[in-house]
Design a binder for this molecule. Structure first.
Ligand SMILES: Nc1nc2c(c(=O)[nH]1)N[C@H]1C(S)=C(S)[C@@H](COP(=O)(O)OP(=O)(O)OC[C@H]3O[C@@H](n4cnc5c(=O)[nH]c(N)nc54)[C@H](O)[C@@H]3O)O[C@H]1N2
Ligand SMILES: Nc1nc2c(c(=O)[nH]1)N[C@H]1C(S)=C(S)[C@@H](COP(=O)(O)OP(=O)(O)OC[C@H]3O[C@@H](n4cnc5c(=O)[nH]c(N)nc54)[C@H](O)[C@@H]3O)O[C@H]1N2
Ligand SMILES: [Mo]
Length: 694
């Protein structure tokens, strides 16, 4: 693989779930990765990476890495295993899957569960999907992160496309809407900071004073889940004050009149009451946003993880279409750049192999699926994910995983919370040990990741494990045996204009290449949205709206768990819990890497006013609870949260906590208004002191 050594060291792609998708350089000495750094010759990476990934050598060569297949020897959930050979492990899976598939409920009783352990095309969604489709297993509706936002964004924009992230550096007004890039997208933050140094105004809209909100010029803190009302209120004022680009609206949008009527229902007074902010702040934000541009909105998941998450995204996406911000390369909005890549998703995953009528199971409702799906789930195969820790309502999830009759296979690098419940636990490779090709959901480049070292112990990459499983199951479809390079090369449509003039060979030589898009890139300066008529859609026609599960005209949908929607629940559980990403963990990954995640016990931040009425002080050990469950944390009294809101930066492994739970013990399996998305932040709790045990 030294053919892929670039300059000094091997090049690679950061595989983690983050919009930045950094180009890496790995130093290898005697078969060990000794250093991982960001490439300086990749503009989006700009020579630096986050602290987590800089510690990759410790993670790759961690003493706790799984090195052989293991079979459970203790009771379910005890986490006690003994080594077995790969032959034995594969035989057992093939035999159990075969028996279940031949049984009364058929192969749908088998459920694959995966998400974002690695985002590469090969290891993240190719032979795995083909295998389970061919098997006829239940399909997994992958809703845990982005589908609420996607449902709202696609309704108006047509696809997941937006601003070139590099252009944030040139904006005059930047709105960080429900996103904390200092933690979750450090390269976006460096663009924001450089614009700010050159005089741009940065506004953060976030109920919590995150690290980024603290560095903004203005932090506006609405109540959680009220963003759609705020956006409609801004639209109201932009229209009232004539801060519109009429010509752009007339040429490139549809549905303006009906949208304007809806916005009319959201005068500042009403918006202020819904959002819990001052009327003057709504006016100020509208004046700023409608003022001298270019104005860029970085919108990410914060506002989408609520009952009305799709509607919030949709309402916010209407703002740049009102002011004509899209005319400028440094104006508009960015949620995800993934729609710019011409990916052959059907070729990668081969959904045509799945028998017609096969059921889909929403991954955000894993607890319900394991406890009450009919026909039941009899086997669960987990890879690229740690659902015991990351899925909502983990009390239900754990009850499901504890079922004696459930056959559970977990393919992992580490013995995670989920791995503790496995019947078979199989060792997986890390980024340094396998081949992959990556797109990004932040920038506009493709990145290649050739292996830099041999697999540790007997670890297998996902693709190789599925090739071996297919053979054991006796499947003869040729596509189940494609090698990694074939999969990677065919993942994209190289004839597509976005790849015109780009060659695979350049990727192999350089390690990355930019899509064939203009620089600077103002994608919708003259319209051309990826909708059927090329126009931005303020509103949908009735048929389209019904098909998307959204109202024809954007509106505000209050959080499910709020004073407005459920006053009785709110009386018992008056605090809205937010559990956004922590800087030095990545979802539940890195939680076992002391050197980066070693920030002590789980914490809960609470406003002084809320602490006072409960008699709580910084350092108090508290129980955060509701009807679903509870977890314990150390209280930090702080005005970084507004009264009525509490924050636990997430996630940590349950087994690292004294009480054996994390924040998902209280989150809900309810899903968003459209897209079936998880509603992690739509969650009411009460907080009480843990009494000193006798
Ligand atoms: N270090 C680190 N980086 C990560 C991750 C990680 O776990 N750790 N996770 C990765 C993944 S999988 C994803 S999906 C992305 C997520 O990326 P983002 O969605 O950008 O997540 P955050 O940066 O935490 O920003 C979310 C912010 O939204 C705020 N928020 C919560 N509810 C609301 C609301 O109703 N309205 C508004 N306006 N704000 C709200 C939270 O307080 C938080 O500050 O980050 C990726 N990057
Ligand atoms: N309360 C709360 N819960 C949340 C969130 C939140 O904000 N609040 N965020 C949600 C979001 S946005 C997301 S995306 C999900 C993410 O949830 P997950 O996708 O489960 O992400 P991780 O917790 O990082 O777990 C990924 C696992 O995959 C393993 N892995 C890595 N590479 C490989 C590989 O090549 N092969 C195999 N077999 N395994 C591998 C890693 O070791 C790790 O244990 O969590 C969600 N959960
Ligand atoms: Mo995510």
């Amino acid at each position: 693989m030294s053919a892929h050594a670039a300059g000094s060291g091997h090049f690679g792609a950061c595989p983690h779930d983050c919009p930045d998708t950094c180009a890496l350089r790995l130093q290898v000495v005697d078969g060990r990765v000794t250093e991982v750094a960001g490439r300086a010759d990749h503009p989006a990476t700009d020579g630096f990476i986050c602290a987590k990934v800089a510690h990759s050598p410790e993670r790759i060569h961690h003493p706790d890495r799984l090195r052989t297949p293991l079979r459970r020897i203790g009771p379910k959930g005890s986490g006690r295993f003994a080594p077995i050979g790969w032959d034995e492990a594969l035989d057992e899976i093939a035999e159990r899957f075969g028996a279940i598939a031949a049984g009364p409920d058929g192969p749908q009783a088998i459920l694959p569960y995966s998400y974002s352990g690695t985002l590469g095309f090969v290891q993240g969604g190719s032979l795995d999907l083909r295998f389970f489709h061919r098997l006829g297993a239940s399909r997994l509706d992958r809703t845990i992160c982005s589908t609420a936002g996607e449902a709202g964004f696609r309704a108006s924009m047509g696809a997941m496309v937006g601003m070139d992230v590099a252009r944030f550096a040139d904006a005059r007004l930047i709105v960080l809407w429900g996103t904390n890039p200092i933690s979750s997208s450090i390269h976006l933050w460096s663009r924001v900071a450089s614009a700010q140094r050159r005089g741009a105004m940065v506004v953060a809209i976030d109920p919590y004073r995150s690290l980024s909100a603290a560095r903004a010029n203005w932090h506006l803190a609405p109540l959680p889940g009220t963003d759609a009302a705020l956006a409609l209120g801004l639209a109201h004022l932009l229209i009232r004050d004539g801060r519109l680009d009429r010509q752009w609206i007339d040429s490139h949008t549809t549905g303006f009149a009906a949208f304007a009527e809806r916005a009319g229902e959201y005068p500042p007074q009403r918006v202020a009451a819904i959002c819990g902010i001052a009327e003057a702040d709504v006016e100020r934000l509208a004046a700023l946003y409608g003022g001298q541009g270019p104005s860029a909105i970085r919108f990410n998941s914060g506002a989408t993880r609520h009952g009305g998450g799709a509607s919030a995204t949709r309402a916010i996406s209407c703002l740049p279409a009102l002011t004509g911000a899209w005319r400028h390369a440094a104006g508009g909005m960015l949620l995800s750049s993934s729609g710019w890549y011409p990916v052959d998703w059907d070729g990668l995953g081969r959904p045509d192999l799945s028998p017609p009528g096969t059921r889909s199971i929403n991954m955000s409702q894993l607890g319900e699926a394991l406890l009450s799906a009919r026909p039941p789930v009899r086997a669960l195969y987990v890879y690229n994910s740690n659902p015991a820790a990351v899925a909502p309502d983990s009390v239900a999830v754990r009850k499901g995983l504890a079922r004696e009759d459930l056959f559970t296979v977990v393919h992992e690098l580490f013995q995670t919370d989920t791995a503790d419940w496995a019947d078979l636990l199989l060792p997986a490779t890390s980024q340094a040990e396998h081949f992959d090709l990556h797109k990004s959901y932040g920038h506009l480049d493709l990145l290649l990741n050739p292996p830099a070292i041999a697999p540790l112990g007997e670890a297998l990459c996902n693709s190789e494990l599925f090739r071996r499983l297919s053979r054991r199951m006796g499947f003869d479809d040729a596509c189940l045996y494609d090698d990694d390079l074939v999969i990677a090369r065919s993942a994209l449509d190289w004839q597509h204009p976005h790849l015109a003039g780009r060659r695979w060979e350049d990727l192999e030589r350089q390690g990355w290449l930019r899509l064939n898009l203009p620089e600077p890139f103002a994608p919708f300066a003259s319209g051309g949205f990826p909708t059927p008529d090329g126009r931005f859609r303020f509103c949908l026609d009735a048929g389209e709206a019904a098909r998307r599960g959204l109202p024809a005209v954007p509106d505000f949908v209050p959080p499910r768990e709020s004073h407005a929607a459920d006053p009785q629940l709110a009386a018992r559980y008056p605090l809205n819990l937010l559990t956004p990403p922590a800087r030095h963990r990545l979802n539940s990954s890195f939680a076992n890497l002391q050197v980066v995640a070693g920030d002590g016990a789980p914490r809960l931040e609470m406003h002084p006013q809320d602490a006072r009425v409960r008699g709580l002080a910084t350092g108090t050990r508290v129980r955060v609870h509701n009807d679903r469950g509870s977890y314990q944390a150390e209280l930090v009294v702080s005005d970084a949260v507004r009264p009525g809101v509490v924050v636990s930066l997430s996630l940590w492994w349950q087994k690292h906590a004294a009480d054996g739970w994390n924040a998902n013990a209280v989150t809900s399996q309810a899903v968003s208004d459209a897209g079936g998305g998880a509603t992690f932040y739509d969650c009411l709790v009460e907080v009480t002191a843990v009494e000193a045990s006798p």
